[in-house]
Ligand binder design. Structure first.
Ligand SMILES: N[C@@H](CCC(=O)N[C@@H](CS)C(=O)NCC(=O)O)C(=O)O
Length: 318
């Protein structure tokens, strides 16, 4: 275990208080042909996630949709992170680390590289053969599950990153990442008024853009579910519960956008989505971990939102 103290405010900020996301640091790839040294094999890899984390949530959804649960095992950290980083809670009702019996996720990072000085983030993938982390780069993780593990997908698995849509998916992903996925963090972790307002304005302008786009089509790209939808979903599902209040993204709620709200429910109500959402972990993590934003660590009781209200997606033109 490391005793390296981590700042409670997991953000670096620029001179005007804008949140700057750190660079990724472990970036090996898993490949179908094994040319990277990490072949896609059943039973070899272990995915570490937090159910609170939107970046990790993408990999949980993709793993489920592709039927990779028996191929890639998964470990869930405790939602409350302190200055020692993510931890595997022990005792009844908790998930101990079933692979290396780590107490802290930092142990996986330091066993991979004893001189590692980055942040101990989820998601990350542990390799049982080489006894090290392969990657903590979340955009690569889902793409590799989709494109390199195809021989191990369940028979009717969807193609979430189809070759003919890749360019369009990448384009939408870049905008959604900048303004929405990372935009909520830029708003929430800003330490200056102007930087905060800039992030909020960009975020809500992009939500209007998405609302319009989803007026005439059921999915973000093409006429099928893709990686782009999964990336947007994990931010939308947290929006009213944590980003609206805790991160001050409060011009409007998700439920105020008819198309986005219907779209989010359409996804939530499918296998692989709603069952992977844990609002208890989400709310406790955000409200109890960022002491600079919520020093009392009080977790709000609301909002009351019914994610199971029927939606009309797929019934009209879209
Ligand atoms: N690894 C990515 C994103 C993943 C990420 O930020 N995960 C968060 C949870 S949502 C985390 O594990 N944070 C731990 C920390 O910063 O100490 C990055 O560096 O931007």
């Amino acid at each position: 275990m490391s005793d390296k103290a981590l700042p409670q405010f997991p953000a670096e900020t620029s001179a005007d208080g804008a949140f700057v996301r750190q660079e990724y640091s472990i970036r090996d790839r898993i490949t179908a042909d094994g040319s990277s040294g990490f072949p896609a094999e059943a039973g070899r890899y272990h995915l570490y996630v937090s159910l609170a984390c939107p970046w990790a949530h993408r990999s949980i959804i993709v793993r489920t949709l592709l039927g990779l649960e028996d191929t890639i095992s998964m470990g869930v950290v405790d939602p409350i992170r302190d200055d020692r980083g993510w931890r595997f809670a022990r005792g009844e009702g908790h998930d101990a680390d079933g692979v290396c019996n780590f107490e802290f996720l930092s142990e996986a990072y330091l066993r991979t590289d004893p001189s590692f000085t980055g942040r101990y983030t989820v998601p990350c993938i542990w390799d049982r053969v080489t006894q090290r982390l392969v990657t903590n780069n979340y955009p690569d993780i889902t793409i590799d599950l989709e494109t390199q593990f195809t021989a191990l997908h369940k028979p009717d698995a969807p193609d979430l990153y189809p070759a003919h849509l890749r360019e369009a998916i990448d384009e939408v992903n870049a905008l959604v990442y900048r303004d929405v996925n990372n935009g909520v963090y830029r708003a929430g972790f800003a330490t200056g008024q102007a930087a905060y307002e800039r992030a909020v304005d960009r975020l809500f302008a992009r939500l209007v853009w998405l609302e319009d786009r989803l007026a005439n089509q059921r999915y973000l790209v093409g006429d099928q579910l893709t990686e782009a939808d999964i990336r947007l979903f994990t931010t939308l599902v947290r929006f009213d519960a944590v980003y609206y209040g805790h991160f001050k993204c409060n011009l409007r709620r998700l439920v105020d956008y008819p198309n986005l709200w219907g779209y989010a429910r359409d996804l939530f109500q499918r296998p692989g989505f709603g069952e992977t959402v844990n609002f208890d972990h989400i709310k406790r993590h955000y409200y109890m971990t960022h002491d600079a934003i919520n020093p009392t660590r009080i977790v709000p009781k609301g909002p009351i939102v019914d994610w199971n209200i029927p939606h009309d997606r797929g019934t009209h033109a879209r």
